[in-house]
Design a protein around this ligand. Structure first.
Ligand SMILES: Cc1cc2nc3c(=O)[nH]c(=O)nc-3n(C[C@H](O)[C@H](O)[C@H](O)COP(=O)(O)OP(=O)(O)OC[C@H]3O[C@@H](n4cnc5c(N)ncnc54)[C@H](O)[C@@H]3O)c2cc1C
Ligand SMILES: C[S@@+](CC[C@H](N)C(=O)[O-])C[C@H]1O[C@@H](n2cnc3c(N)ncnc32)[C@H](O)[C@@H]1O
Length: 674
């Protein structure tokens, strides 16, 4: 797996239509792309009729092969607006191997003025389309788009689809022009991912395609094609394919039936909790958001300025792939939801500068991948200096879309949804499972709140609950130092990151960070950590120290803020359902002897209990997408990340690893009385 992807290479006809040079084919009918989409994909999946009959909180998923210009997506969204209940939710999942550049997408969509109100929103969010999966939220959460960047034969097998695809748009260039895509392996995925009653429509009527679809269980028929095309194909899945073995410890716990009252308690109102509450509230859940402090974002998420620090490796590690998807999603959320300014956030760009030769190598390797320029660019010291507004001695990587965020402002915004009830100054001491769900208990075992589901967004304190005591979470103290802006420091226009970071001034102060301290877990600022933070300045730019000549001698007088990060042993967050740890170890004990076994016993889920924690030093990047992932799990929607990343983030991963490595034994069985 690599981190690279290739954009579509286009020609344009005289009347402004895009043509693929690689496939030598058109993106849509020369007669009318819009009418072709409506005829082939909307009408022959009977979407108008099906959507008019949906219950109020229904969820409908469309799957597409070949996103192209997004025309099919926009037409579906437009029809959804016109026909589906106002509280229902459309999720559109589309695969794309050669994404259009933002400029080409905008140019192509210009052809359809009638779609302008929607295409503007897509164009606005269609930025930083990096390799991996790209997630979008539109119309106050009523419409979700997940773009699987990559070859459809690689991406669809990685899709955890939730309740399933209700309608397939089988697009892609003509089978004769794109034979690699129209393969039995594709048809098998279309059937695997289908929900009961799934329909399918495609513009082609090629016999091999029809037979391929029939072979996997679709009943297909020929019908009148659009314009000059005599025929097309449409049909429904009538026979479900045999399912393959899936690791039960990573599969989804059974879902609540649609239409039941959906209530959830989210404990912890930092970035993870507010993002989770927000994502669930957009999907119609009634959320009670609890925190022990009397304000939101009072712990790690309370710094005045946090950095969108997109730290990547060139090696397509799980962490890098997660960070890439999450970074673009955070940017979309920020642009859509928070006006820029001192109070909230600033997309001022981030310069990542190497602090040692190994870092330099990492940066060069990344720069050589040909990643999109709106993600990152290599810059020499001169270019870095003119971007930063102060002299910079090193070449580095420039992330033009990144910047700083005031995390409390983001949390405030996310938590201000009408169906989120805040319960501040409320400490959760215990959790109790009941017949309908979960109760949160106080010191005296009184019930503070009850709901069908509960999500623990309590950082390292997640271990205080009996049910999640086994999770390997660690708290690491960190401190930031506030530096008053000076006439020289006001010249700093971007964030600088190396071993530490400094931000441009916000409300007359810069913020310099951050220390990592393993011997203290309090939140009292310390002068030593101010000093160690000041030591980081030279690694960013040597002129910086001269802006605050007195700072070192007054380190105890400098304003500072200390709090605790929460990390996991592999530095990835824990996002997903919780199982009973002891039962899980017993259930899959055989893996300790033979890791290749494929047990089928369902995992002993603590039904309705979820965690979202361990966001380490990058909560601004990881938390918003983590909220979407939790909401996808709870609502039965397609996951915004591929299966291997869901496993890499899964709270069960450490138990399984330990079991397989023989580090954890199943608990001894109680001896039976003779
Ligand atoms: C010094 C420092 C600098 C950082 N800089 C950056 C940066 O530049 N960029 C970046 O992206 N990230 C940065 N981070 C990391 C970022 O702050 C975290 O990843 C993020 O805040 C984690 O959010 P969270 O919601 O998981 O945790 P928290 O914000 O800690 O929220 C957990 C919440 O749970 C509540 N809680 C816990 N237990 C209970 C209970 N029993 N009952 C009720 N409530 C409870 C707490 O009160 C708290 O509000 C930094 C962190 C530190 C410490
Ligand atoms: C005819 S265009 C799709 C038009 C599109 N649905 C629209 O609304 O604009 C076909 C698309 O399929 C994509 N494609 C072709 N082969 C693919 C593959 N193997 N995996 C993923 N996408 C592929 C192409 O890059 C192209 O964008």
């Amino acid at each position: 797996m690599t981190l690279s992807s290739q954009s579509a290479d286009l020609d344009w006809t005289d009347n402004g239509q895009p043509l693929s040079r690689l496939f030598d084919d058109v993106y849509f009918s020369r007669e009318s792309g819009l009418e072709e989409t409506r005829h082939v994909f909307l009408q022959h999946n009977q979407l108008t009729e099906r959507w008019a009959k949906l219950p109020a909180d229904a969820h409908f998923t469309i799957g597409e092969t070949g996103f192209g210009t997004g025309l099919n997506f926009l037409c579906a969204w437009q029809l959804w607006q016109q026909t589906a209940p106002a509280t229902a939710h459309l999720h559109f999942v589309s695969c794309e191997k050669y994404p259009l550049t933002a400029a080409d997408l905008a140019r192509a969509l210009h052809l359809w003025p009638e779609l302008n109100p929607l295409s503007h929103q897509l164009i606005e969010q269609y930025q930083v389309i990096s390799p991996g999966w790209q997630h979008f939220s539109f119309a106050q959460g009523r419409v979700t788009l997940t773009l699987l960047i990559g070859d459809v034969l690689d991406t669809l097998p990685q899709l955890d689809v939730g309740h399933g695809i209700d309608a397939w748009f089988l697009d892609g260039f003509a089978p004769a022009k794109n034979p690699d895509m129209w393969q039995p392996a594709l048809y098998q995925q279309l059937a695997r991912l289908a929900a009961p009653g799934c329909s399918l429509a495609t513009f082609t009527s090629v016999g091999e395609v029809r037979r391929g679809l029939q072979a996997v269980g679709f009943a297909m028929r020929k019908t009148r094609g659009f314009g000059r095309k005599r025929d097309m194909l449409c049909g429904e899945l009538v026979e479900r394919p045999a399912t393959h073995w899936q690791a039960p410890w990573f599969s989804r716990p059974p879902q609540q039936a649609c239409g039941q009252a959906r209530s959830v308690i989210v404990i912890g109102a930092g970035l993870a909790g507010c993002s989770t509450a927000y994502a669930l509230s957009l999907r119609g859940w009634h959320v009670t958001l609890i925190d022990r402090h009397n304000t939101l974002a009072a712990e790690a998420s309370g710094n005045p300025q946090g950095i969108l620090y997109c730290k990547l490796s060139a090696h397509a590690t799980s962490l890098s792939r997660f960070v890439l998807s999450a970074y673009s999603f955070s940017l979309r959320l920020l642009h859509q939801q928070l006006p820029q300014g001192d109070a909230s956030w600033q997309s001022c760009g981030v310069l990542q500068l190497p602090s040692n030769p190994k870092e330099q190598q990492r940066q060069s390797a990344l720069a050589s991948l040909g990643l999109p320029a709106d993600l990152l660019q290599a810059v020499d010291a001169d270019a870095a200096s003119s971007l930063a507004g102060i002299p910079i001695e090193h070449a580095g990587l420039w992330f033009p879309a990144a910047g700083w965020v005031n995390p409390p402002a983001l949390c405030q915004h996310l938590a201000m949804q009408p169906n989120i009830t805040l319960k501040l100054h409320t400490e959760a001491i215990g959790l109790q499972q009941t017949a309908p769900g979960w109760q949160v208990l106080d010191q005296a075992n009184n019930c503070l709140a009850a709901a069908t589901d509960a999500v623990l967004c309590t950082a390292a304190d997640t271990r205080q609950f009996t049910q999640t005591r086994h999770l390997p979470l660690k708290a690491i103290r960190g401190q930031i130092t506030h530096l008053p802006a000076t006439s020289q420091s006001l010249g700093l226009r971007t964030v600088l990151c190396a071993d530490g970071y400094i931000s441009p001034a916000r409300n007359g102060e810069h913020h310099l960070g951050a220390s990592f301290r393993f011997d203290r877990l309090d939140s009292q600022p310390s002068p030593e950590e101010n000093l160690s933070n000041l030591d980081l300045l030279d690694g960013l730019a040597t002129s910086l120290s001269s802006f605050w000549p007195q700072a070192r001698s007054h380190s105890s007088g400098l304003k500072a803020r200390a709090s605790l990060r929460c990390t996991s042993p592999d530095y990835l967050p824990l996002i997903g359902p919780v199982a009973d740890a002891e039962q899980l170890l017993s259930c899959y004990a055989e893996l300790g002897k033979d890791a290749s076994k494929q047990p089928t016993t369902p995992a002993p889920w603590l039904k309705g209990l979820w965690v979202n924690c361990a966001h380490g030093s990058r909560g601004l990047i990881s938390a918003p997408l983590s909220g979407e992932l939790i909401a996808a799990y709870l609502s039965g929607e397609p996951a915004p990340l591929p299966n291997d990343l869901l496993a890499a983030l899964h709270p069960n991963r450490f138990l399984l690893r330990d079991l397989v490595r023989g580090k954890r034994q199943p608990p001894a069985k109680p001896t039976q009385p003779s």
